[in-house]
Design a protein around this ligand. Structure first.
Ligand code: G6P
Length: 512
């Protein structure tokens, strides 16, 4: 496996930190959230990284304006440094890209959250917003061209370009066109890889978009040398989609796609956790303090067998929090013997609160939580505790403390919660996991599986997890932990770099 240091040019919508200007005028950095940032933040320890991301607000904009070329050195945890370049403005164009196209349209479509009888409706405003999506992709492509020119001037060989996620679908195509227009011979083009963190649904879902948009997305992605997906199902759906929309010639066995004289490989790289970094978080004093608070929510029983169910999520409809609460309520309704012996703690990050669907969903989450407590609370027992804020450390503390980790998304690219939890849990906790999470592919044999749509089955799965004998809990917890430590984020990146190295030297790819 590759262990050398590579030069990487990473591009994504959200960067690893966002800035705000404090009262004294100094910049205060705050760690970004979500799976992509969590996974990529560990990269700087092992590779020379320049990370291009879009400004997220006025603080980022001021930071970007205060340094030459919008780029500066940032420290990753553990002392490593990387170059961060913030591009664009926090303007209306960006808002429309993020709030109207990337979220909810692409996110909802790719997680199959739409009921097609009602949504989406594509109107003039959506068409105008698509132009904003394009413009924001141009901003990132421009910065990539610029950074490539700088890096190539320095020592001749271009770094690998890695473009991430659904906000930037059009970037690879724009990049290629720009390099062609600059007259760069094909042989000198950088190696370009795209990685998609979220699901790629079947061609039928993409038909909801105007045909030209779906074709543009597919064509742009086929400007890459490699496209990485989280699971084989996503990869297969992609092959079917480019065949459907572009008539590209696809080989399902090898993942090779031939289109307009170019060859693109589709590969599967399940993303994972930065193990060392995560273990450091779990061992921190802040987490220890929060842990005591969370442990106090576990009911005290004379036998000492009180149990704590935990969930850690963004308040996103794909995460299925409302059905999760209904399943818990059903469990309590059917099993009065659990009253006062089990509680649930939820650390929920109120996500994307500028988007109506997310505002509505958060309201539904709150109402469903209130209903559970209203129905079942007693003077000495609160069945459900909900902490609504983006407190990363409280999430980690909850991971350490769970007896049962409840992860029931209706669709999820990977779901890092289901990997982070078992890595640091201290109590041989059981994971109850949706069979629609990408991580189910790897963790399936060691979890209690759930159908995210079936509330009664979820209630049964929670019961099974709560009653599981200690030896079985232990065996499963060890297996889950081993699965994560044996396949961490360093392995995830190494697999991609091995493939790049093999493809550049004409060697066959390792079968995965
Ligand atoms: C998912 C996506 C990321 C995104 C994150 C948080 O993990 O794959 O690209 O950054 O959610 O969402 P946000 O809209 O806050 O960036």
């Amino acid at each position: 496996m590759t262990d050398s240091r590579h030069r990487l040019l990473v591009a994504s919508n959200r960067g690893p930190v966002t800035f705000r200007v404090a009262d004294g005028g100094e910049f205060v950095a705050r760690r970004g959230g979500g799976g992509l940032v969590t996974a990529l933040s560990g990269l700087a320890r092992h590779h020379a990284v320049t990370w291009i991301s879009h400004v997220m607000g006025e603080g980022d904009e001021a930071m970007s304006d205060s340094v030459e070329g919008g780029a500066f050195e940032e420290h990753a945890r553990g002392g490593a440094t990387y170059r961060l370049r913030l591009v664009g403005r926090a303007d209306r164009t960006y808002d429309r890209h993020y709030l109207e196209i990337a979220n909810p349209l692409l996110w909802f479509l790719q997680h199959r959250l739409y009921g097609f009888g009602w949504d989406p409706t594509i109107d003039r405003a959506t068409h105008a917003a698509w132009e904003c999506y394009r413009s924001v992709n141009e901003r990132i492509a421009d910065a990539l061209v610029d950074e490539l020119a700088k890096a190539t001037d320095d020592d001749g060989e271009a770094p690998f370009v890695m473009v991430h996620d659904y906000h930037t679908f059009l970037v690879p195509g724009m990049l290629r066109r720009r390099l062609e227009a600059d007259g760069l011979p094909e042989a000198d083009h950088p190696f370009v890889q795209f990685f998609l963190h979220i699901p790629w649904p079947d061609p039928g879902a993409w038909r909801a978009l105007p045909r030209g948009w779906a074709r543009d997305v597919c064509e742009s992605l086929l400007a890459c040398d490699v496209i990485g997906f989280q699971t084989p199902r996503d990869a297969e759906n992609f092959l079917r989609t480019v065949h459907h929309f572009l008539g590209a010639s696809v080989e399902f066995r090898t993942g090779a796609i031939r289109y307009m004289g170019s060859l693109t490989r589709v590969r599967t790289y399940p993303i994972s956790v930065a193990v060392d970094e995560f273990e450091e978080h779990a061992a921190s004093a802040t987490v220890a303090r929060l842990r005591n608070r969370i442990a106090a929510m576990r009911p005290q029983t004379p036998e000492g067998d009180g149990k704590l169910i935990v969930r850690v999520d963004r308040t996103d409809p794909s995460k299925n929090i409302v059905r999760g609460f209904r399943a818990y309520a059903l469990l309590l309704e059917e099993h009065p013997e659990l009253h006062g012996r089990v509680s649930m703690f939820c650390q929920l990050d109120p996500s994307r609160q500028d988007i109506t669907a997310y505002i509505d969903y958060l309201a539904q989450v709150k109402a469903a939580a209130t209903e559970v407590n209203h129905r079942f609370s007693t003077p000495t027992w609160t069945p459900l505790h909900v902490n609504l804020d983006s407190n990363f450390q409280a999430g980690v503390a909850a991971y350490v403390e769970y007896d049962v980790l409840f992860v029931n998304p209706v669709a999820d690219g990977m779901n890092l919660v289901s990997k982070e939890g078992p890595l640091v849990n201290d109590r041989d906790g059981v994971v109850v996991l949706s069979d629609q999470a990408g991580s189910f592919n790897e963790l399936g044999p060691h979890v209690v599986s759930v159908n995210p749509f079936d509330i009664s089955q979820q209630a049964g799965a929670l019961l099974e997890a709560l009653r599981m004998p200690s030896e079985e809990r232990r065996e499963r917890a060890i297996a889950l932990r081993r699965q994560v430590t044996d396949n961490d984020v360093v392995d995830w990146m190494a697999a991609q770099l091995d493939d790049i190295t093999a493809l550049r030297s004409g060697e066959p790819l390792v079968v995965r």
